[in-house]
Design a protein around this ligand. Structure first.
Ligand SMILES: Cc1cc2nc3c(=O)[nH]c(=O)nc-3n(C[C@H](O)[C@H](O)[C@H](O)COP(=O)(O)OP(=O)(O)OC[C@H]3O[C@@H](n4cnc5c(N)ncnc54)[C@H](O)[C@@H]3O)c2cc1C
Length: 398
């Protein structure tokens, strides 16, 4: 693996760092204290600036209007943008739209792509991904109750989902629903596009998460699909292939997430070090003079670097060999990076004392928002079991 950045990437990352520091970090106070919707006009202006700079949609193919970066370079961009919660949204590479663009690009019909894909890449509409259910284990989504039953030329969808991120204000949802209950478990579900203005798509509430109900892009909705009728032409990809397609979406998605989390770590680490050297703790000492703080700084620095290299190596392996060959690595980075981020943010917050608990720094937001990293897209325990199963399958008792 070559660690040398191309000139193009070095220049792009330099521009992104400057933009994040000059244009986005100053918006964070408003982001932390106001309804996200009130910031949308200002965010739209920043998005226009990003487009003018040629840095829009870094991971999407060039023919769709993106930069067409490979996974390693996209990971580096994701790291740079992860320093602020606004980064990915302003650069047009935010979840869940980024994953939905990938699925549409691979499986969308010409009509679906004409109607949704171009606008999604351009950032003029948003989407969401609706799989997890209230009553069933998201860790084992083959246990799904939502059904899509054929009736004439339509599917009629019934079910209750929650944690549909960014549903508030989205134009359409990609819904996972059982289309053939008699098929083998992994072939029962399909992906179906449901415009959010379809009768029977009922957004019940934006769920309160750690004391905060986000709005718009920063929301997580509970949704009732109540005799929700869409044409069968809204099927995305082959019928019964929902889980296969979901797997394809997860591999590259993990790289985006994990490198974004490394960006969160870098920001928290910088804040921790800056605070440690400036906060007096006795008449002639700062926090940085204390051994325990020094040990945290050393440990965090090593843990971030280890997590970063593991993730970049996984991105490289996916590029070289495909995501199936990198399955163990993909499981590994999910829990290693999420765990490192939790530790780094926690220590940074601790070093800030009472200030760390306030919204006067970004740390409290990171602390509550990013805790979910150990749960979504497969909780730690599921990743560890899957990794151990693959490792042990290579051993036989003598
Ligand atoms: C912030 C956030 C955003 C999300 N966004 C989306 C989204 O956009 N779309 C969507 O469809 N879903 C989304 N989800 C849902 C997420 O994918 C699920 O929460 C996740 O898959 C876990 O499912 P569950 O909550 O039903 O937990 P369960 O499956 O009930 O598991 C509960 C806990 O049990 C443990 N566990 C599970 N399985 C095992 C096992 N085999 N062995 C040992 N322990 C186990 C784990 O600790 C797990 O945390 C989001 C979740 C969060 C928190």
């Amino acid at each position: 693996m070559d660690f040398q950045l191309s000139e193009k990437m070095e220049a792009a990352l330099g521009l992104i760092d400057e933009f994040v520091n000059a244009e986005l970090v100053p918006m964070e106070t408003a982001f932390l204290t106001k309804d996200f919707r009130t910031l949308l006009p200002a965010i739209e202006k920043k998005r226009e600036m990003v487009k003018q700079m040629g840095l829009w949609a870094p991971g999407h193919p060039q023919e769709l209007g993106g930069m067409g970066l490979d996974l390693v370079d996209l990971g580096l961009v994701s790291e740079a943008l992860g320093r602020t919660p606004l980064g990915h949204f302003v650069f047009g590479c935010h979840a869940p739209d980024a994953g939905n663009v990938e699925i549409l690009h691979l499986y969308g019909s010409p009509e679906q792509n004409e109607r949704y894909l171009k606008q999604l890449v351009a950032g003029s509409i948003r989407s969401c991904f609706s799989m997890t259910e209230v009553e069933m284990p998201g860790s084992n989504p083959v246990m799904m109750e939502t059904t899509a039953v054929k009736d004439g030329d339509d599917y009629v969808i019934n079910g209750q989902k929650w944690y549909t991120t960014a549903a508030d204000g989205a134009t359409f949802a990609i819904v996972m629903a059982i289309t053939d209950p008699e098929a083998p478990p992994h072939q029962r579900a399909s992906m179906i596009i449901v415009p959010t203005d379809t009768p029977g798509f009922d957004l019940v509430r934006n769920i309160n998460i750690m004391g905060h109900a986000g709005e718009d892009y920063f929301s997580h909705a509970e949704i009732l699909y109540h005799s929700c009728r869409v044409p069968q032409s809204n099927l995305l990809g082959p019928e019964g292939q929902g889980f296969v397609i979901a797997q394809e979406r997860l591999g590259p998605g993990r790289i985006h997430h994990c490198m974004r989390w490394i960006g969160v770590c870098n920001r928290a680490f910088d804040l921790m070090c800056a605070h440690a050297v400036s906060r007096p703790i006795s008449p002639d000492e700062t926090l940085a003079d204390k051994d325990i703080v020094r040990a945290w700084i050393a440990e965090c620095s090593a843990e971030i670097q280890a997590a970063r290299l593991l993730t970049l190596h996984t991105a490289w392996k996916i590029e070289q060999l495909g995501w199936k060959e990198a399955r163990q690595d993909i499981s590994m980075i999910k829990f290693v990076v999420a765990g490192a981020m939790q530790k780094v943010v926690d220590r940074a917050l601790q070093v800030h004392g009472g200030l760390g608990m306030t919204d006067d720094t970004i740390l409290a937001f990171f602390y509550r928002h990013e805790r979910a990293a150990r749960i979504y897209d497969g909780p730690d325990e599921v990743q560890k079991l899957s990794l151990a199963r693959r490792i042990l399958s290579e051993y036989k008792a003598p």
